[in-house]
Ligand binder design. Sequence first.
Ligand SMILES: Cc1cc2nc3c(=O)[nH]c(=O)nc-3n(C[C@H](O)[C@H](O)[C@H](O)COP(=O)(O)OP(=O)(O)OC[C@H]3O[C@@H](n4cnc5c(N)ncnc54)[C@H](O)[C@@H]3O)c2cc1C
Length: 531
Amino acid sequence: MNRKLSLDQATTRSTPWDVLVIGGGATGLGCAVDAASRGYSTLLLEQSDFAKATSSRSTKLAHGGVRYLQQRNIALVLEALKERGRMLRNAPHLVRRQSFIIPAYAAWEIPFYGIGLKIYDALSGKSSFGPSRMFGLDRVRELLPTAVPTLHAHALAGGVEYFDGQFDDARYCIALAQTLHDQGGTALNYTRVTRLLKRNGKISGAVAHDEISGLDFEIEARVVLNATGIFSDEVRHLDEPQATPIITVSQGSHFVLPKSFLPGQHALMVPKTADGRVLFAIPWHGAVVVGTTDDEVPHAQLEPRPLEQETAFLRQHIELYFGRAPKDEEVLSAWSGQRPLVRKQGAKDTAALSREHTVVVSPAGLVSVAGGKWTTYRRMAEDTVDIAQKLVGLPPRPSATQELRLHGWTEAAAQNSSADHELAIYGSDQPALDELIATHPDRPEFAEPIHPRLNITFAQIVWAAREEMAATVDDVLARRTRALFLDARAAIEAAPAVAIQLARELHQDEAWQHQQVAAFRAIAANYVFKS
Ligand SMILES: Cc1cc2nc3c(=O)[nH]c(=O)nc-3n(C[C@H](O)[C@H](O)[C@H](O)COP(=O)(O)OP(=O)(O)OC[C@H]3O[C@@H](n4cnc5c(N)ncnc54)[C@H](O)[C@@H]3O)c2cc1C
């Protein structure tokens, strides 16, 4: 992917695009891949970087959702389990099977959760990730050695193991953007839609602002899809200023802790904390992700910060389930994301709001898709493009994404659904990344780690600039690699050296490097936890 080429394509096209997608998160990229793979000319515009908002800040689970099973939302669980299977089949380099253990602090909980998870297994049918099992105390102690032996005076009695998917959310978005490109579509980051164009009262395109060059330009399109997540209502208001909002924003935060909190390969899952939430502690890139929370917030933000009540909840629950609260410096990174939930009349709290998606078509023909969850992004995209196709009379063609292999797919990854080495995420691009180091003996730093605590090389930074449309230090440290999410202090320390390499690739000067490092430090300061 090359930003300059994409910008040329977006600004010089003489005929209208079939489909213009606004928003470069999971939903927008999914819609663009769906449209392009049906053979429609497709352009996607993202105001910041791909996955900058919610889609890089999830718990990273490709799952049916045990919580939705508790809520008896069987249709959502069934659909999500099908999609979970497709994610693993179509992007095996980015999605892996993960074992989860539910600890039982009363004997009756073992069959209670055990039966629920047998239903979950049965619903997954052919897409099963492995059968669930019930265990006694000794086995659970072996698998979860750091789980507390007593909770609220109840002794650990045993547990249940089940399987779900874990994936790298930001890298999945990059793979979707690359797949879009492979399918003949165009994706452009740092390009914000500022206005919608209308002809005879119908949407006919948009005005976009290139945040890097400052250029404004018009795009004509037969249909415009609004896939802007928590910002959906803002874009709807460009079309209908008085439209009733459809989105409620709910924030969730995570801590990343050292592996010592949860050694081994198994994740911990608590189906119901004292206040009724689900809590996960999941191994991720040699650390442990703990989350999440669910608190309604008044405004959508591109860089949300963990709220005090969220960090208090996480610390309390880490202490409760692992026997001690983390010290400040043990919280390697603290990050938040905001869910775009579709409003439902009468719902009391955001945890009860729907994770299902909705597609709304305005009288002028703006197609807005909102809600859903990461795991169902493909299905949301298929539904949205089906509606758009009929709305404007595009040649009727069925979705081709159910079995569409994403950029990077390899047979080796497909054979080994648990591969977890650091470069596995590049899939079929990995040999070219190795080649980059081999063919540049003049740049020995390529093979070096960007920081002693980060298992990321300078070659990955260079690759991100050359092949993955990375334009800023934040792009390479937060989403092309996951340095910021894994160890915020290390990412801050690595930023100056990373900026030098990036400036070289992007033909930028020293002043640019300083500005980039300062901008990154301002963002990253929010990921450093201070109690
Ligand atoms: C804490 C948390 C944990 C979660 N965990 C999971 C999980 O484990 N599994 C799961 O399946 N789901 C999970 N989810 C849900 C999932 O992350 C979201 O449903 C999904 O990422 C939403 O994607 P999206 O593309 O709709 O929104 P976004 O990723 O927010 O994308 C919208 C994009 O639109 C862009 N945009 C906005 N306005 C404009 C404009 N004017 N012009 C151009 N671009 C614009 C934004 O910059 C943004 O990048 C979680 C969510 C949260 C918050």
